[in-house]
Every structure is written in structure tokens, then in C-alpha cells.
Design a protein around this ligand. Sequence first.
Ligand code: DX5
Ligand code: ZN
Length: 216
Amino acid sequence: MGIMINTSVLNADLANLAAEVAKIPSSDGVHLDVADNHFVPNLTFGLPVVESLRKHVALPMDIHLMISNVDSWAVSYAEIGCESVTFHVEASNAPIRLARQLRAAGAKAAMALKPATSIEPYAELLPELDMILLMTVEPGFGGQAFLDLCLPKIRRTRELAKARGIEIAIQVDGGINEETIARAADAGADTFVAGSSVFSAANPDQMLQSLRALVP
Ligand code: DX5
Ligand code: ZN
């Protein structure tokens, strides 16, 4: 299975989202960071904006919900046609129920862990999920430096899945650039979120191709 690179628009021009997405046709998906100024100290956009953008974007939409009260909100993103919906385990009161609801609504179900959250307590949840998102920065803002201390957890997550015979996507998000992507891939990640490294490049789509070439 090849790798996937989804582009985060958090550090793009948020007043021109459709035009920004048009700059990244090589992306495997658009990563949309919903932040509520409660779960994380940043406020971005929510369901109405994502629903409007849906009409302008053909690429798969990968929703990263950095919000409290996620059990109430997540399924709506699946219902408006977002292909993948990620909730934080730290914010969900009922992650198994939520993952099942997302799948029932036709989306891929994904669960995110902040850098300090261990994967081991959630090993039995892996069959309920299509993807695990391992944050490689503290969630909330683009442009932060990749935390190498997350690499052992990426490895352990891949091992836990293999030991159970589960094929699951492992997504890394935060600080992915030409210097870090190979380390994350070597540890076992196969799905990458890249934000500022892509949108700060003179040619964003060319940067996506450069990043892809760095993962064997
Ligand atoms: C951070 C967000 C990321 C962020 C990635 O909390 O979840 O998706 O936009 O941006 P970069 O690639 O700049 O770290
Ligand atoms: Zn994100």
C-alpha cells in the first residue's frame, strides 16, 4: 500500500479556501482542522464552512476535530459527506460508540492521540477504527516543530496492529516536512499531514511531490 499525504489548510489563506485547495491537486486529501478554543487554544471553522467547502472540493476531506463535546458533533461531518472523521480520544466519552456511528454514517472512523497520550490502553479499539492519528506536535496550531519523542509510539502502534493482524492507517500530524517525513515513515506511519511545509513553498504542489519522493 502506498503512502497518503493530506494537506492541512490551517496555515493557508482561510479567506480563499477553495482557491487554496486548487493549488494542491497532487494531495491525497484535504485535512481540515476544526478547533473550538476549548479543547485547544485556537478557533478555526466548523460545520457550515466545511459544508460549503465540500461543494468546491473534489479531493477527499479528512476532518480533524480538535474540539470538546466531540460525541455530539462528529457524526454531522460524516453526514455532509466527509470521507474521514477524526475525534480525539481525550475529548470523547464513548469512543467505541462514536467510531461505530461514524462508520454507519459512511465515513472512515479515526481516533487521535495527543503526544502525551499512550496508545496501549486503546489497543482493543483498533478493529473499530480505520485510522489512528498520532499527533507529532501539541494540537492547535500549524508551523510547530516535529516532536521526535513521538517516534517510539508510532512504532508501538504499528506493532500492536500487526500483532492483532489489523491493517490500519497510521497518520502523523504536525511538523511534517522534507526533514522529518522519512523518520515518521520509518517508524510505521503511512499517512501524513503536511500544512505549513506545503503552503509556505513557492510551489505547493511541487512540495507535495518532493515529500512523496522522500518516502521509499
Ligand atoms: C495542528 C493541526 C495540524 C497542523 C499541521 O494542531 O492539527 O493539522 O495544521 O500543520 P504543520 O504541518 O504546519 O505542522
Ligand atoms: Zn490536524
